[in-house]
Every structure is written in C-alpha cells, then in structure tokens.
Design a protein around this ligand. Structure first.
Ligand SMILES: Cc1cc2nc3c(=O)[nH]c(=O)nc-3n(C[C@H](O)[C@H](O)[C@H](O)COP(=O)(O)OP(=O)(O)OC[C@H]3O[C@@H](n4cnc5c(N)ncnc54)[C@H](O)[C@@H]3O)c2cc1C
Length: 399
C-alpha cells in the first residue's frame, strides 16, 4: 500500500503532537506515525510514578493551548497526560498507532520522501509506504536509554536497569541500591528510593548546580527582565543560602552559573525535590565514578572506596535513534543523530526535512520548533495549492 500525504511526522510525543497541531491550525494536512499503541508513550510507559514537570507550567505548554488554570504550577505526570489527550482531541490530530518507521529516504525521481513503515498490529507486520513532500522527525532525543560501559557489568550478580524502566521503589525496600547520575532523574529516583526504604547511594562524578524548583521558576521568570549574568549570580546565592557548602558531602558547584552553562551546552542544573537534604543527613550516600565491578555485587569507585549493591539504576541519559531509520540524513543530522546546526537554526534541513524536539530545551524548545516548522511549510506551500492527490490519500487513511 502506498499513501501520499503532504507532511509525515514521525513520533507522537509532545513534539509530534505540537507540530501536527500547528499544521492543522494552518489547514496543512499531515499525519503522525507512532510505533507505540498510544501517544506520549514516554510519559505513559517510561517515566517514574512521582514525576512532575520540572519546570513551571508557564514554560511547558504546547502551542495554542495553555495549561488549565486549576492545574498546579508543577504539573504531575498524570495531569500532563490528561492535557496531551485533550490536545490531541482539540486539534483533531491524526495519528496512526503501531506504525514503526523502518526507513525514510529521498526519492531521486520526484524529490519526495518515501517512508517505509511496519504495521506492528497486523498479523504479519504488513508494510506500508508513505510518500510525503515534508518529513518531520519527532521521534525524540530521549529515545533509547544510554547505559555507559562499565568494566565487569556483564558479570554483576545483582540487577541493573536504565532509569526509563524504574517506576517506583516498592520492591526495593531494604535493598542496597546505587543510582548512577545526578541529573534530575538520578536525584529524584534516589530520593524516591530512600522514601521506599531502600539503602540508597548515588554516584556524582562532577560539579553540579542544584536548586529547588521554585528557585528555577524564579530564575526563568527573571531572565525575561534581567541579564543572564545577574540572574546566574542570584541563583548561586540562593542555592548557597538554602543548602550551604555541600562539598564535604560530595556535591560541588560548577564555577559558571547555571544558565550560562546551559547555554554553552554543559550540565543542566538539577532540580532538587528533597535528595540534597537526605544527602546532608547521611541517608543517601555519595560515591565517585565507578571504576569497575568486581566479583558478585561488589562495586569499586575511582576514589578507592567500594560497596556491595543489589541493584544499580543508570540515570545516565539517552541516545537519539533517528539514524536507525533515516537514510538521507546528512542535510540535517550529524553522526550522533542530533542536528548539525545549533539553536536556533537546528529545526530545518534540506529537501523538506525538519526536526522537532532536538534542541535539548525540553517542552519550551518543542513549542519553538513546532511553530517554526509549520510556518516554514506554510511559506513553502503558499505559492501553490497542495496537490489534490495528497488530500485523497489522507482521506483514504481516515476511513
Ligand atoms: C524523565 C523525563 C522528564 C522530563 N521532564 C521534563 C520537564 O519537566 N519539562 C520539560 O520541558 N522537558 C522535560 N523532559 C524533556 C522532554 O520534554 C521530554 O523528553 C519530551 O517527552 C520530549 O518529547 P518528544 O516528542 O521530542 O519525544 P518523546 O516524548 O520521546 O516522543 C517520541 C515518540 O516517537 C516515537 N518513535 C520513536 N521512534 C519511532 C519510529 N521509528 N517510528 C515511529 N515512532 C517512533 C516514540 O515511540 C515516542 O512516542 C523530560 C524528559 C524525561 C526523559
């Protein structure tokens, strides 16, 4: 089966949904292909239960639909899913679920994208081919959990998992659990584990900024009015006043301010939901980088310390997997599956190729991308009508 649609969007996470909504607002037909059986699968299936949006709701809404006024400032995961469900119905977003995009390449003859898709819900994984003038890659920069190489990990006699498989610590009571990574996920999971009664430790391998979410909210608001340099100074002062010098507990702050570091593409500040006070009270132990795993469950660290752990949870980031299926990617992506141009020019490639959600700027970045992509497609197509056959193809899909 071959189906022609003006715009194909790969992925029904927030970025794909936002782009589709912006296109629908401009009456540009488009279709979202999603490999899972639901939209926002990351938020539904691959995040921990206690997760709330780390940033205030003013910085996280998708285009054309603010969060409801009765939602809390820091939106819980379940509320966010409800918001996304409403977003899909309100903007009448067309999604084909269980469609795993296996490859996409430019057809030399007509200059359009051919997108080859496996229908994973059909008995024999039926193949469909979509033909589109515009292809929007929205399959997520957080697509695949990244677990670093650790010497001896294959022989570890405990259990290890990536944080995308951690939901809560219900089964970890009394166990020795090591969380690797001190970003938002690592710190929050460590806090959660400790609350569930696990003997929790965390690996913190380098300097990191830590703030309460209220401080970050204030900082982001002030950035609208003050110079970044001044906001950074204020942020660091607030953190010192709240937490004091944490270096003796293993938490060292970077020299550069949090917003400058973020701008430079460095470490994102960590939002503390309660982990830092537990570290201070000694309820969560801090270790340096793992050097190797020895026999059984023994983990050795670079500073010479060691410890025995039942479970290791890697909160060590994610990889982009776009190059697994996108063949003619050079016009936009580098070999790591991230855009070659830096922000704010990262969203547009050549030959009708775009990406949404690859700026490392969360939901705010996604809203930025979606609006620009839709406007750009509108500008490209405004000089002419979209071909009749495209609309026919779309109707065929909607049957
Ligand atoms: C734990 C966690 C917490 C976060 N909290 C915040 C926050 O508080 N605030 C904030 O601004 N940002 C946050 N982010 C960052 C970012 O906003 C989210 O990751 C967001 O979900 C990214 O949306 P996305 O649509 O780009 O990607 P995703 O949500 O990952 O969606 C991509 C979709 O593409 C689908 N897909 C992938 N490959 C294929 C394929 N080959 N064929 C078809 N479909 C495919 C996937 O199934 C998925 O549904 C968080 C991220 C994580 C991991």
């Amino acid at each position: 089966m071959e189906i022609e649609v003006p715009v194909v969007i790969v992925g029904a996470g927030p970025a794909g949904l936002a782009t589709s909504a912006c296109l629908n607002k401009l009456s540009i037909p488009n279709l979202v292909l999603e490999r899972d059986d639901c939209h926002a699968s990351l938020w539904r299936k691959r995040t921990y239960d206690r997760l709330k949006l780390h940033l205030g709701k003013d910085f996280c809404s998708l285009p054309h639909m603010p969060f409801p006024s009765d939602f809390p400032t820091f939106v819980p995961r379940i509320h966010f899913l409800r918001y996304l469900d409403n977003y899909v119905s309100r903007f009448k977003i067309s999604i084909r679920y269980n469609r795993s995009v296996e490859s996409a390449y430019l057809d030399d003859i007509n200059g359009k994208w051919r997108i080859v898709v496996k229908d994973t819900a059909s008995k024999e994984d039926a193949v469909e081919v979509y033909v589109a003038e515009f292809l929007v890659v929205a399959c997520g920069e957080n697509n695949e959990g990244y677990v670093p190489r650790v010497e001896g990990l294959e022989g570890f006699e405990g259990e290890y998992l990536h944080c995308s498989k951690y939901f809560n610590g219900r089964d970890m009571y009394g166990k020795n659990v090591l969380v690797v990574g001190c970003g938002n996920s690592g710190m929050e999971i460590a806090y959660d584990l400790s609350n569930w009664g696990a003997n929790t430790s965390i690996v913190i391998r380098g300097p990191v900024h830590f703030f309460t979410k209220e401080m970050v909210f204030l900082g982001m608001t002030l950035l609208k009015y003050l110079k970044m340099e001044n906001v950074d100074k204020l942020m660091m002062l607030m953190s010192k006043m709240k937490y004091g010098d944490m270096s003796k507990y293993g938490l060292v702050r970077p020299k550069d301010g949090p917003f400058l570091l973020k701008k430079k593409g460095g470490t994102t500040p960590t939002i503390d939901v309660g982990c830092v006070p537990l570290i201070k009270r000694g309820e969560i132990k801090v270790f340096s980088t793992i050097s190797r795993i020895n026999e059984g469950k023994m983990v050795e660290f670079e500073d010479g310390k060691d410890g025995e752990f039942d479970i290791i949870i890697f909160a060590t980031g994610y990889n982009s997997t776009v190059l697994n299926w996108l063949k003619d990617y050079e016009g936009l992506f580098n070999g790591n599956g991230m855009p070659k141009p830096g922000f704010p020019n990262h969203w547009k490639g050549e030959n009708g190729l775009y990406c949404a959600g690859f700026s490392r700027r969360g939901l705010d970045g996604i809203a930025f991308d979606a609006r620009r992509i839709a406007d750009d497609i509108r500008m490209t197509t405004s000089a002419r009508d979209l071909p009749e056959t495209n609309f026919a193809g779309l109707k065929l899909l909607q049957k």
